[in-house]
Design a protein around this ligand. Structure first.
Ligand SMILES: Cc1cc2nc3c(=O)[nH]c(=O)nc-3n(C[C@H](O)[C@H](O)[C@H](O)COP(=O)(O)O)c2cc1C
Length: 383
């Protein structure tokens, strides 16, 4: 079983992850892995923190000579901002606990609920872990998953399809990375992205923030990942959970998603045909590549709605944590819009779930065993 845990505070020394269950013999390209990690830092609308950080993941265990050993991988991304915070965030008794205290909870953040639940006097103790800085290490984890998927011909790509009320148009297909990520919005529609930039700038001027919709496409996914037999084996459920676990994601749809609710069955379901040599196919892909909780061999199409960033430079009303008097919400350094970064995080978490279900289905202590099982299965399915 492939599993992972992450740790680390936003202004702590480092973010870490331990991955267990990767087969031995999988070659990893650290340059490619770090390319995705750096991409998460980009995108139009980010705050100044991303100018400080130059994220780069290091692998401390589980790999020798660029090849996995079948032992747990330890990943680490050091926070450059730690330099400015080491006295405040120190692990030992020397920590300066009376500095940079957060006492006005931000609407839309974990500050209030977390502060009450964990009985904190300083809400920083909540926001440090609730911060989406954690997604940096999750992208590194997803990038490692993507290495495994790539060896099986599965490619996953995230992109932005809306910012605020500006919608991109265009076909759902994997784009050329250079073109897509050369665009500051990580959006294929160049015209719409100019309007998106304008919308972000207007929000920024008003001290406000904006959300958006991100889309993840996965091509080359074989039929048969996930299962209908038990609720927690359904691929749609597992992907939705992974996407919903990204901070600020408030809705997930698969294929035509919410729009199917207002259509007739004949407009929604994808007719089936059989082609010699190709096997069974669907004429359309409204289902987004999953039927009955099982991948059906078509391209996976997932969308996630991101709410606007909660930290506003024109802060909303709040209440002081200690005096209980009305005040305004705390202001931390923040992004105005992080939908492009969220598209990369979404790509990473989808890659992770796909790697989990792939290893579940094809097994293998060594990757060659995984590959052999995979190839046998794909051949058999075609027949
Ligand atoms: C890539 C990314 C960057 C984010 N940047 C910020 C930020 O700079 N400031 C902020 O307040 N929230 C930011 N968020 C959103 C918060 O982390 C999130 O809204 C908060 O943790 C509360 O969780 P919830 O929105 O899921 O309820 C970001 C989210 C993502 C995915």
């Amino acid at each position: 079983m492939l599993r992972v845990l992450t740790a680390g505070e936003s202004h702590g020394q480092a973010l870490t992850a331990i991955i267990e269950g990767l087969p031995a013999g999988l070659e990893l390209d650290l340059t490619r892995i770090n390319c995705l990690v750096r991409r998460r830092q980009g995108g139009y609308g980010r705050g100044t923190r991303m100018k400080i950080e130059k994220d780069r993941v290091e692998i401390l265990s589980g790999v020798r000579g660029s090849v996995t050993l079948g032992t747990p991988l330890t990943l680490v991304i050091y926070n450059r901002d730690w330099e400015n915070w080491q006295e405040i965030m120190a692990v030992g008794p020397e920590a300066k606990l009376t500095e940079r205290v957060v006492h006005s909870p931000r609407p839309g953040h974990a500050d209030l609920a977390g502060g009450l639940k964990y009985r904190q006097t300083d809400l920083r103790n909540i926001l440090e872990r609730a911060s989406a800085r954690e997604t940096a290490i999750r992208v590194a984890v997803g990038a490692i998953a993507a290495e495994l998927l790539a060896c099986l011909g599965i490619k996953v790509q995230g992109q932005v399809v809306a910012i605020g009320d500006v919608q991109a148009s265009g076909e759902v297909k994997i784009g050329e990375d250079k073109l897509l990520y050369g665009n500051p919005l990580y959006c294929v529609d160049q015209e719409a992205s100019l309007l998106m930039i304008k919308a972000i700038e207007e929000a920024k001027k008003r001290g406000d923030s904006l959300g958006g919709v991100v889309q993840v496409i996965a091509e080359g996914v074989p039929v048969g990942l996930g299962s209908h037999v038990q609720w927690d084996r359904r691929l749609d459920g597992r992907l939705a959970q992974a996407l919903m676990s990204i901070p600020a994601i408030k809705g997930v749809e698969i294929g035509k998603g919410f729009s199917t609710a207002s259509l007739f069955g004949s407009q929604v379901h994808d007719e089936i045909e059989y082609q010699e040599g190709q096997g069974f196919r669907h004429r359309t892909n409204h289902a987004g590549g999953i039927e009955g909780g099982i991948s059906n061999g078509e391209t996976l199409v997932l969308r996630a709605a991101m709410k606007p960033i909660p930290t506003l430079t024109q802060p909303l009303a709040s209440v002081d944590w200690h005096t209980k008097k009305p005040t305004v919400a705390a202001v931390e350094r923040a992004d105005v819009c992080a939908a492009p970064a969220a598209a990369i995080v979404a790509e990473a978490v989808v890659a992770w779930v796909l790697a989990v279900v792939v290893t579940e289905k094809f097994g293998g202590d060594h990757f060659e065993e995984t590959l052999l099982n995979y190839r046998n299965y794909v051949e058999q399915i075609k027949k």
